[in-house]
Write a protein of this length. Structure first.
Ligand code: GUN
Length: 454
């Protein structure tokens, strides 16, 4: 079995149960897993390949719990720059109706390039439109090519404008077809085994674009197949008003009513979850994807992350779709989570949100949200998902006293090295098996095409 040694780390952040950080530490990878970890004084093992991590912080690859990768084709669209959630969606749905299978594949490669470069090694994606013959298969094919660990959420919309929903009728699907296709992709692609590179998630889009029946049937399908459930919930005040008007319930009451609480469920945003909802979600270990950039970009609000963690909710970070961020920088997202958390906490003079607290959400937190115990920290037996940031450059000059906190306090960097499932994808800052410049060229051609066909 191939072995790889990372040695001389400026800091090796294990995120283990004791949260050990080893100065001068080393880590040995054997095949797909972490085989051993040692401090500066422990004898170095032999290995087939050795990476010298002098000046680098080495840490577990981060876990992104919410994204819409196809939106990389529609970043910074003028009509959607200055509107809140519903207006933003209504400006973009007609563009997204033109998506093709190649656009799904290329946008997935683009978003995964950004994510990998920013320190993320596992990501979920919520793909909820399938126009012009697009299928989840297109995205899974691209993820396999990129080598990233992937939780593909089979999204769906079924309630169009004519039935009181938000999306135009042209982008919704029949509910029977949604359920049949979701079952098909679970059978074709879902791998429940430890170290799985591919899992499938059941993921109707949001309360304002699918029916109560579909939510209930989706929950039953997920439970029958041992898959997880994911949707948007309580994102902003219009979302709350829709829930009250349509279901006469708060979003948390609605989620419980349709069977969407528990340790196999995670909801994106939850900015406006009320106290009763936080308590109920906490007691049932329901998960949530905290998306600070998107929540600021769309003016949605600030999710009370600390309260949610204290209540027992599983909390991870999500960059959200690239039309409401409009980037996929995982370390940058962690920095924003820290800074935004400070604004909320400052209201009652509580201790400030700390760098390590947020790094934990980005690693262990995200792993828990996706229902995984084989990623998110580095101990022998865990998946070899490891990233390294070089702190010897100008952006970190003067930050030697705490290089781990400096990852978030200083300008967010790209990784020098990224390893997924024991395979090196980025070395010395460069992708080994694809060229991001060629990718961006093709991506821009397709993005123009999408605008022209709308
Ligand atoms: N932020 C965000 N919220 C949504 N709610 C339904 N769809 C979306 C989306 O694409 N982005």
């Amino acid at each position: 079995m191939h072995t790889l040694l990372l040695k001389n780390a400026l800091r090796l952040v294990t995120m283990n149960d004791q949260r050990e950080e080893l100065e001068g530490g080393w880590l040995l990878v054997k095949g797909q897993q972490v085989a051993a970890i040692g401090s500066a004084t422990a004898p170095l093992p032999q290995a087939d390949d050795v990476l010298d991590m002098t000046g680098h912080v080495v840490m577990p690859g981060m876990v992104n719990t919410h994204h819409h990768m196809y939106q990389t084709l529609t970043r910074a669209i003028p009509a959607a720059q200055n509107t809140s959630l519903f207006g933003w969606l209504q400006a973009l749905y007609p563009l997204w109706a033109g998506l093709t299978p190649e656009m799904i594949r290329i946008s997935t490669c683009t978003a995964m390039t950004e994510l990998l470069w920013s320190g993320c090694t596992t990501t979920s994606d919520h793909l909820y439109l399938f126009p012009n013959g697009s299928r989840l298969d297109d995205q899974i094919e691209a993820a396999t090519q990129m080598g990233m660990r992937f939780h593909a959420a089979r999204g769906a919309m079924s309630v169009g404008e004519s039935k009181g929903g938000l999306p135009p009728d042209s982008v919704v699907e029949e509910e029977s077809a949604i359920l049949a296709d979701t079952q098909r992709v679970i059978e074709a692609f879902h791998d429940p085994q430890p170290l799985a590179m591919q899992r499938v998630v059941v993921a109707p889009c949001s309360p304002f674009s699918v029916s109560r029946d579909l939510m209930r049937e989706a929950a039953a399908l997920a439970r029958a197949t041992g898959t997880m459930l994911h949707t948007h919930l309580a994102e902003n005040s219009s979302d709350i008003a829709y829930s009250r008007q349509t279901f006469n319930m708060t979003p948390a009451e609605y989620a419980e009513d349709v069977g969407w609480i528990g340790s196999d469920v995670w909801h994106a945003h939850c900015v406006k979850l009320d106290q009763a909802g936080i308590s109920r979600f906490g007691a049932t270990h329901t998960g949530m994807a905290h998306c600070p950039c998107s929540n600021m970009r769309l003016g949605s609000g600030i999710a009370p992350v600390r309260q949610m963690v204290a209540a027992g909710m599983r909390v991870g970070l999500g960059v959200d779709g690239s039309a409401s961020n409009d980037g996929s920088h995982m370390l940058g997202e962690a920095r924003q989570a820290m800074l935004l958390g400070r604004l909320l906490e400052s209201e009652d003079n509580r201790p400030m949100m700390q760098a390590r607290e947020v790094l934990e959400l980005a690693t262990r937190g995200g792993a828990a949200v996706l229902g995984r115990d084989d990623i998110g920290h580095l101990v022998p037996g865990m998946a070899a998902d490891i990233v390294a940031f070089d702190l010897s450059g100008i952006d970190h000059a003067g930050a030697q006293s705490d290089p781990v906190a400096a990852l978030l306090f200083c300008t967010p960097q790209r990784v020098a090295c990224s390893i997924v499932n024991g395979r090196i994808l980025v070395r010395d800052g460069h992708f080994i098996s694809h060229d991001p410049i060629c990718l961006a060229e093709r991506h821009n051609i397709l993005a123009r095409q999408l605008l022209e066909t709308a």
